[in-house]
Design a protein around this ligand. Structure first.
Ligand code: GRF
Length: 185
């Protein structure tokens, strides 16, 4: 099977990156992670790029410069899919249009509920009994693109931000790779 070349954008701990890389080692997985992009040179996720010998680049500059450099690199490397995994910069409309239908993101809630930041706090404050994560295509509206798949997580009375985050992230690791498989199935 000819795998598509993918790039993962990160800003932080990179645990979703780790899981995507591990799954991509499977012969039948549709993509190879050919590049890791970080907008933060201190992102812990860079460790996984190094560990698995994946080329990476850190660009700590304004959005315009960041996107210009990355766009050229993505074209040069023939990247066909961009996976946002805890990437904190908001991409410009122009950049998104250039990669229309080829950028996906994971969000720690059952979209369209709880778009944006601090999802766990807000979910708990609203006494939800159910939450989860969503993998979706990225369009020009924040967390608003077409949904690829969702995974549910039950919330118990004892849950706090830390425990809920752990439970949701556990599902995220499976959700992200299932979504990638689904796109190419
Ligand atoms: C994940 O919870 C994801 O839903 C959100 O950012 C977090 C990234 O975590 N978009 P990590 O960097 O993959 O560990």
């Amino acid at each position: 099977m000819v795998k598509k070349k993918a790039c993962v954008f990160i800003s932080g701990s990179g645990t979703n990156l780790r899981s995507i890389i591990k799954n991509s080692r499977d012969y039948n997985f549709p993509i190879n992670v050919s590049l890791v992009v970080s907008d933060n040179k201190c992102a812990r996720g860079i460790f996984y790029a190094r560990k698995f010998s994946i080329p990476y680049i850190c660009i700590n500059s304004n959005r315009h410069k960041f996107e210009k450099i990355i766009l050229n690199l993505l074209i040069k490397k023939k990247i066909k899919l961009i996976c946002l995994a805890g990437f904190m910069k908001i991409l410009s409309k122009k950049f998104i249009r250039n990669f229309k239908g080829k950028i996906i993101n994971i969000h720690p809630s059952l979209l369209p509920k709880y778009k944006g930041l601090n999802t766990f706090q807000r979910v708990l404050k609203c006494n939800e009994k159910l939450t989860g994560c969503t993998v979706h295509f990225v369009n020009e509206t924040l967390d608003g693109g077409k949904i690829i798949l969702k995974k549910k997580v039950n919330i118990s009375e004892q849950d706090n931000i830390k425990t809920l985050k752990k439970k949701v992230q556990f599902e995220e690791y499976r959700a992200y790779s299932s979504a990638i498989r689904k796109i190419y199935s």
